[in-house]
Design a protein around this ligand. Structure first.
Ligand SMILES: [Fe+2]
Ligand SMILES: [Fe+2]
Ligand SMILES: [Fe+2]
Length: 428
C-alpha cells in the first residue's frame, strides 16, 4: 500500500524529534543545515548536493537519545568520547537503504581535518562541513537563545580560524569566514527565520507515492532513537507497533478495519512516543513520585508527538492515532482530554497495545508482569469502562502470542548497533 507523502518531508518532520533532545533548544540540527548550505552556496556546490547535505545535517545526531549526552555535546567544544554517537548514528542510517548514503559522512562528523586530509574526498569534506557548522552552532547556541548573537560573532569567527587546518578544512573555513561577515547569515539562525526556512522547504515539497515498507523503515529507525532513551524502554515502540498491528488484523473484519488501517496503526505504534525525546532522562527514569513540573514534562510528550506528525501531509490519521495514546474514554486522559466518542477505535487499539507492552516490560518502579497478571490488569480497565470489550477479548483469546509480540526482543539490530558503537570498522 503506497501512501501519498513526500519522503523528504517525513524525514524532515521526524528529525524534529532529534532536536527535542535539546529540551529548551529545539532547532540545533536545522541551524547546522542552514549554515552548511550557505557555505556550500559560497563554494558553488550544486543544489542537489546542498539538499543532500542539509538532510545529513538534520540527522547528524541521530545517535543521541539522552539529554545527558546532549548536554555534553553542547557544553564541550571537542572531547574524547565524541565518536561514540557518530558511530552509532552512522550504523543506524546504514541499515536503512533510503538514507544509507548519509552514513559515511555522519560517521566522520567529529573527526579532525588533520586526520581526514590525506584521504580527502567528497564524504570527508561533507563530514567536516557538518563538524564545522555543528561546532559554530555550539559556540553560538546560548547567544542565540539570549538574543545576543551578533555581539559574539567576532569570537566565534576567531575560534574557527584558529582551527583551520587542524579541526577544520581550510577551504571550508575560508568560505565560512566569507559568508559569516554578513549579519544576515547570523540573523537567519534565529527561531523565527529557521521556522520560515523549514516552512518554505515543506511548501515546495511535492506529494508522491511512497511505499509502506519505506515508511515503516524510517518509522522503525526513529523508534530506535526514542526507545534508546532509557534502558527501561528498549524496544517499547517496536513492541507497541507489533501488538497494535496484530490486534488490528484480528479485529479487522468484525470492526471494519482494513489492511491500510493496520499498516497505518503499525506506523503510529512506532512513532507514538517521539515526544518523549524532550523529557529529561532523570525524569523518565525516576523511580519515585513525580513533582508537578516533572508530571507536566511527562504529559507533554503526546502533544509533542502530535506537533511533529501533524506536519506531514498524508499522515493525518497517523498523527491523531499516535498522539491519542494517553486519552481515556472518561475524558481524564491527556493531552486533549477527549471523550469516548471522540477517540477513534484505532487509537483505542494503540492505547491497549501501549498499556500491554508497558506492563510486560520492567519499569523503574516495578518488574515486568507475567502474561496472566497483564490480562488481570486489562480486565479491570475493561470493567471500569476504560478499555473496549472487543479489544480485551481479542487479547484474551490470543494472550501467548500478544505477550510474545510485546516482549522486548534483543533483536539483531539492537545487538549490532551496540557492536557498531564499539567497532570502528563497521561504520566507517
Ligand atoms: Fe554530533
Ligand atoms: Fe506515551
Ligand atoms: Fe508508549
Amino acid at each position: 500500500m503506497p501512501l501519498f507523502v513526500n519522503f523528504r518531508s517525513v524525514v524532515h518532520a521526524l528529525s524534529d524529534s532529534l532536536d527535542l533532545v535539546g529540551i529548551d533548544d529545539v532547532h540545533h540540527g536545522k541551524r547546522v543545515g542552514i549554515m552548511a548550505v550557505e557555505i556550500l552556496r559560497e563554494l558553488g556546490w550544486s543544489r542537489q548536493d546542498q539538499e543532500m547535505v542539509f538532510d545529513a545535517c538534520l540527522l547528524h545526531d541521530i545517535g543521541v537519545s539522552t539529554s545527558d549526552l546532549h548536554r555534553q555535546l553542547v557544553e564541550e567544544f571537542d572531547w574524547v568520547g565524541s565518536q561514540t554517537h557518530a558511530k552509532l548514528g552512522a550504523f543506524l542510517l546504514s541499515k536503512f537503504p533510503p538514507l544509507a548514503h548519509l552514513a559515511p559522512a555522519i560517521r566522520l562528523h567529529h573527526t579532525h581535518w588533520a586526520e581526514l586530509k590525506d584521504r580527502c574526498g567528497k564524504t570527508e569534506r561533507i563530514a567536516n562541513l557538518i563538524f564545522l557548522a555543528d561546532r559554530v552552532d555550539v559556540l553560538a547556541g546560548t547567544a542565540i537563545l539570549n538574543d545576543e548573537l551578533l555581539e559574539g560573532v567576532p569570537a566565534i569567527r576567531a575560534k574557527v580560524l584558529e582551527q583551520s587546518g587542524r579541526m577544520f578544512d581550510p577551504e571550508l573555513v575560508a568560505a565560512f569566514v566569507s559568508v559569516s561577515r554578513k549579519e544576515a547569515f547570523w540573523l537567519g539562525l534565529e527561531t523565527g527565520p529557521v521556522a520560515e526556512y523549514m516552512a518554505r522547504i515543506s511548501r515546495s515539497a511535492r506529494q508522491e507515492e511512497t511505499g509502506i515498507e519505506t515508511l515503516l523503515g524510517v518509522a522503525a529507525l526513529f523508534s530506535h532513537v526514542v526507545d534508546a532513551k532509557s534502558h527501561f524502554t528498549v524496544d517499547h515502540s517496536q513492541g507497541v507497533a507489533r501488538v497494535a498491528a496484530y490486534l488490528c488484523g484480528i479485529l479487522g473484519d468484525s470492526c471494519r478495519l482494513d489492511h491500510d488501517d493496520c499498516a497505518k496503526l503499525e506506523l503510529a505504534g512506532y512513532l507514538h512516543d517521539l515526544g518523549k525525546l524532550r523529557i529529561p532522562d532523570a525524569v523518565l527514569d525516576k523511580p519515585g513520585p513525580l513533582t508537578g513540573r516533572e508530571r507536566r514534562q511527562i504529559t507533554s510528550h503526546a502533544y509533542e508527538t502530535y506537533r511533529i506528525l501533524s506536519r506531514i501531509p498524508g499522515f493525518e490519521d497517523i498523527a491523531l492515532w499516535a498522539s491519542y495514546h494517553h486519552e481515556m474514554p472518561d475524558g481524564e486522559g491527556y493531552p486533549f482530554r477527549l471523550t469516548r466518542d471522540e477517540i477513534p477505535f484505532q487509537a483505542r487499539i494503540l492505547r491497549a497495545a501501549d498499556i500491554f507492552q508497558a506492563l510486560a516490560q520492567d519499569r523503574p518502579y516495578r518488574d515486568a508482569l507475567p502474561a496472566p497478571a497483564v490480562l488481570d490488569h486489562l480486565r479491570l480497565l475493561c470493567e471500569e469502562g476504560q478499555l473496549d470489550l472487543s479489544i480485551y477479548d481479542a487479547i484474551a483469546a490470543n494472550l501467548p502470542e500478544v505477550y510474545r509480540l510485546a516482549q522486548p526482543c534483543a533483536d539483531q539490530f539492537q545487538m549490532n548497533s551496540r557492536r557498531a558503537a564499539s567497532d570502528p570498522i563497521v561504520a566507517s
